[in-house]
Design a protein around this ligand. Structure first.
Ligand SMILES: Cc1cc2nc3c(=O)[nH]c(=O)nc-3n(C[C@H](O)[C@H](O)[C@H](O)COP(=O)(O)OP(=O)(O)OC[C@H]3O[C@@H](n4cnc5c(N)ncnc54)[C@H](O)[C@@H]3O)c2cc1C
Ligand SMILES: C[S@@+](CC[C@H](N)C(=O)[O-])C[C@H]1O[C@@H](n2cnc3c(N)ncnc32)[C@H](O)[C@@H]1O
Length: 554
């Protein structure tokens, strides 16, 4: 196996702003868009060439795939057209690949050329993931954007989707051959829904030939504006009927179950939720931290950790208690690791930097959230039941520690780790982590959390030595005093796996499990639930195929 490469952000684009109205890429010697014909060019060359808006009229889901996100102009134009012509209860998925993403300021500058798109561009910029590598899923009402920040060839290999319309918008084939090779056209064919259509501004012979060899029926059309010709293509086959999706029953109303509820409700499905009111859910603590897990090496799961953190920041935006966390390294080795992470910068500095003077990591976008508010919001409109689920029908078991009993007849390699939280009085002005954590809340300082592999004990019985451990951890790493307050401590159980990755798989024909969220359930669950709902409903996956496979039973 080749050694993993260091995880960094994507390389920035080499932008040249000297040309009127449009940014250009100096290393490709080409422009991002032409302001000559205004949005009319985008509409003619991509949207109308793919038969839009007519083709989405009777669709519940329509999927556009774009090669080259650049400034996002094509996305915004498609979104605007969707808004004025969309079918009832339809959803638009727009997937786009970009190797050299803009940062938010560059996006803002480029899109200022299109005041008519201002409301759309502001919404895009507000959720923009920057140059962070990997998959990013952004929601804008009934429009879902999946951005893949990677080289085109890898990105197409990692994508699980059936695309109805392709926008081929690399720089010109002579200057940007990687975007137009026959290998790429073969990959597009593999991702195309039957009857898929394709539009591009170029009429280059090699592109035409590569498309024909990949199975597309290609036509040369009159070009837009000063361009003589362009291509339109159709993928063979007739459109398949859309399948009816079975509404699932979700067992569990912790963050795993609530995230599933949110993801299915977004798709117009109303799942049944079954819970056990006597179960002491790990998700019912007074607060939860949303912090990124930062890896030095670029592995599929490391990109998922970043994508899930960015997704969670958006998902919990209405449930924030405080923003900004500092992390104190526990050892010299951890300090060295943070210095390395600081120089590799897998996330923008706005999300984390190492403060050498203070010897701490500043996580300025990380959140403390109120779990109860999030759970209530995502489960709203659903009736929580306590009866047994029907034997037939699609079920997703997301029952946390309850899975130990539910899966007792199956050989599923789960581990259980008990954790106790302690309330204290101490001088803490902002959330601090150090392996454990101290979170100032209205009711006092919330100290967490112990970790013990669960044996045959009662996991919820409180232990005085755990409170002592939480107080001692706080004093050791912050150098400050803390005293335990009268408010009772709380113990609950994390479900983990041997390699600490989540677990999502079918355990029977119509039964899934969703667990293994360990110490980061609030960070991982929203994106993983979106992935499960996407898979079940046949939508594009919001995570890479490789990482999805890593979460299967192992
Ligand atoms: C002390 C502690 C601190 C933590 N801090 C953080 C943090 O700051 N940030 C973070 O991201 N993560 C944190 N975690 C991890 C996070 O809390 C968990 O990963 C997450 O809550 C797991 O969610 P879940 O929905 O899988 O399980 P749970 O929250 O345990 O929910 C299980 C659900 O299943 C139901 N259920 C159980 N058995 C049955 C049954 N037989 N039939 C029907 N329903 C059943 C229950 O009623 C409940 O609704 C912490 C964990 C602990 C223990
Ligand atoms: C013409 S621009 C796209 C314009 C864009 N659609 C818009 O609406 O602004 C071409 C894009 O392809 C990207 N690109 C070039 N080579 C790439 C590669 N190998 N993989 C992925 N993207 C690439 C460039 O960075 C650039 O953003």
């Amino acid at each position: 196996m080749p050694a993993p490469t260091p995880l960094t952000q994507c390389d920035p684009p080499a932008l040249d702003w000297s040309r009127p109205g449009t940014p250009a890429a100096s290393d490709f010697g080409d422009i991002y868009f032409s302001t000559d014909g205004g949005l009319a060019e985008t509409e003619a060359v991509f949207l109308k060439a793919c038969g839009l808006p007519d083709r989405w009229q009777d669709r519940r889901r329509f999927v556009i795939g774009e090669l080259g996100f650049g400034s996002g102009l094509n996305f915004l134009a498609a979104w605007r057209m969707w808004d004025s012509t969309k079918p009832k209860n339809g959803r638009l998925h727009f997937i786009s690949v970009e190797k050299f993403p803009f940062d938010a300021a560059q996006l803002k500058q480029a899109l200022s050329a299109w005041p008519e798109l201002q409301t759309y561009s502001e919404a895009l910029i507000a959720q923009w993931p920057g140059r962070v590598k990997g998959f990013h899923r952004l929601h804008f009402g009934d429009v879902t954007l999946t951005l893949i920040h990677d080289d085109i060839s890898n990105a197409l290999d990692e994508l699980e989707a059936k695309v109805d319309a392709w926008f081929l918008d690399g720089f010109s084939p002579a200057k940007n051959p990687d975007m137009w090779s026959s290998e790429i056209m073969q990959k597009l064919a593999g991702l195309s829904a039957p009857g898929s259509r394709l539009g591009t501004f170029t009429a280059a012979g090699a592109v035409r030939q590569a498309l024909i060899e990949a199975g597309f029926d290609v036509e040369k059309k009159e070009g837009f504006g000063r361009k003589r010709h362009r291509l339109e293509a159709r993928f063979l086959g007739a459109r398949e009927a859309e399948e009816e999706i079975e509404t699932p029953t979700i067992i569990g109303a912790g963050i795993a179950g609530a995230s599933l509820a949110r993801a299915f409700k977004r798709r117009g499905l109303t799942p049944t939720i079954i819970h056990d009111p006597n179960h002491k859910a790990a998700s019912h603590n007074a607060a939860a931290l949303i912090k990124p897990r930062l890896d030095l090496q670029d592995r599929p799961e490391s990109r998922f950790f970043l994508g899930s953190y960015l997704y969670a920041l958006q998902a919990y935006r209405d449930h924030v208690v405080t923003k900004g966390v500092v992390h104190i390294p526990k050892t010299e080795a951890e300090t060295e690791r943070f210095k390395k992470l600081n120089s590799q910068a897998p996330l923008p500095k706005a999300h984390f930097y190492f403060d050498e003077a203070e010897n701490r990591l500043a996580l300025e976008q990380s959140l403390v959230i109120e779990p109860k508010a999030g759970l209530n919001d995502w489960l709203s409109g659903l009736r929580l039941r306590t009866d047994e689920p029907a034997d037939d029908g699609l079920k997703i078991l997301a029952a946390g520690f309850g899975l130990k009993a539910l899966l007792k007849d199956k050989d599923i390699p789960l581990r259980f780790s008990r954790g106790q939280l302690t309330w204290a009085e101490a001088e803490v002005s902002m959330p601090i982590t150090y392996g454990g954590y101290a979170i100032p809340l209205n009711e006092g300082v919330f100290l967490g959390a112990t970790h013990q592999r669960l044996r045959d004990e009662d996991p919820f019985a409180l232990k005085a030595e755990d409170d002592a451990e939480n107080l001692a951890g706080f004093e050791k790493f912050t150098g400050q005093q803390a005293t335990q307050s009268a408010k009772p401590s709380r113990a609950s159980v994390r479900v983990t796996t041997a390699d600490t990755l989540p677990l999502i798989d079918k355990v029977e024909d119509n039964v899934w499990i969703f667990t293994g969220l360990g110490s980061r359930g609030f960070v991982f669950a929203p994106l993983l639930a979106e992935a499960i709902a996407s898979h079940i409903c046949g939508d594009p996956l919001p995570i890479s195929k490789k990482v999805w496979a890593r979460f299967k039973l192992r």
